[in-house]
Design a protein around this ligand. Structure first.
Ligand SMILES: *[C@@H]1O[C@H](CO)[C@@H](O)[C@H](O)[C@H]1NC(C)=O
Length: 355
């Protein structure tokens, strides 16, 4: 099969451009240009002597400045992801499908066989998670209701290839393609949790004709969606810790800085990434031991934090071309139901945006 699309590194043209601005090539190039031809009698062409090259002492500060810029530029760049199945990447242990653009998605099936299922559900996991974080349903209930659950690693997480060109829309198209590769039929149900809950809005917008019903659990909201009453979005904004306000600001306004921001040690970065206890309510704290041994805790970020966590933030809090608040009814003929559940004491994702 084709190699997965390699990560697009920002070119070093920006740096070259800076070097050019500082270096005196421009001036010299101009002085070498021949004079414009004139209709009148030409004077014999005389070559002007080139200006003497500046001494090394004059060049040194410039050289140091360019060197510092180069170091800074390197510092801001994320290292390339460790692609699953590549020589220096983690091994492929699960089943994967290959998407039309060559990327792979790892998936996990549970519940009754899909041929016998009454409800075929695709679970979309949240931030810093993987396919094994799907809602746990008891075997008795899956049998009784005839539930088949398909979960998958979102691009860049677990064993799914990174997708540096990921957008709010591309993930909806990935889900439809996954459903087709596994022959789920024309319509399926979706359950999305947290960052995966936010993705439900994209699916309702871009693939409503494929959906039999949608459950949205504690969805992350994007403060820049238009249509929020300003007191509501500001109220939600100030429920975040100042360090999260900064992490979200960087994700939205300067996505190219997201890797550096979330890995530097000068300021506290996202408290969700660093498991800051300030983001858990008292009830959450009581539940945390239950989630301590998640199978994903070591695998979710195994290909690198940039293409999993940081990419998730820059897309989720990024600039969307539309707003879920201004979306038309995706089911004008009542073809499907949409349910939204959100804990009122959610300190990670403010409930007010969902309301
Ligand atoms: C925003 O303002 C509206 C109208 O004044 C009010 O009903 C609502 O409770 C306010 N919401 C918040 C979160 O302050």
């Amino acid at each position: 099969s084709d190699p997965p699309p390699s990560r697009r590194r920002p070119s070093c043209f920006a740096l070259l451009y800076l070097v050019r601005l500082i270096w005196p090539w421009q001036g010299r190039a101009r002085s070498r240009r021949p004079p414009p031809p004139t209709a009148t009698a030409r004077k014999p062409r005389r070559l002007r002597p080139l200006p003497a090259a500046p001494g090394i002492a004059k060049r040194l500060p410039r050289l140091a400045f360019v060197f510092l810029l180069a170091v800074l530029y390197r510092q801001l760049q994320a290292p390339p992801p460790k692609i699953c199945g590549s020589p220096d990447g983690p091994p492929i242990t699960g089943t994967r499908i290959r998407l039309s653009d060559g990327r792979h998605l790892a998936y996990h099936e549970s519940g009754v066989p899909k041929e016998q299922a009454n409800h075929k559900i695709i679970f979309v996991h949240g931030f810093d998670s993987c396919r094994y974080d799907a809602l746990r349903v008891s075997p008795e209930l899956t049998q009784e209701l005839g539930i088949y659950i398909l979960s998958f690693d979102r691009p860049g997480y677990g064993e799914s290839d990174p997708h540096p060109a990921r957008t709010e829309k591309s993930i909806a198209l990935d889900i439809a393609e996954l459903a087709d590769s596994l022959h789920l039929g024309s319509r399926f149900y979706l359950v999305g949790f947290s960052m995966g809950g936010e993705i439900m809005w994209s699916c309702l917008k871009h693939i409503p004709h494929r959906l039999a019903g949608v459950s949205i659990l504690g969805p992350v909201g994007n403060y820049w969606w238009s249509g929020f009453p300003s007191n509501v979005s500001w109220d939600a904004w100030y429920q975040q810790t100042p360090q999260d306000q900064w992490a979200v600001r960087v994700a939205h306004h300067a996505p190219w800085l997201a890797y550096w921001w979330n890995t530097q040690k000068l300021f506290p970065a996202s408290s969700v990434i660093s498991f800051n206890p300030a983001i858990f309510s008292r009830e959450d704290m009581a539940m945390i031991p239950k989630f301590a041994s998640r199978p994903c805790s070591s695998k979710a970020r195994q290909q690198g934090e940039h293409e999993s966590l940081h990419r998730d933030m820059t897309v989720g809090f990024g600039k969307w071309g539309w707003s879920p608040l201004e979306m038309e009814n995706p089911f004008p003929g009542d073809e499907a139901d949409v349910h939204l559940w959100h804990g009122a004491e959610d300190l990670i994702v403010p409930v007010s945006l969902s309301r």
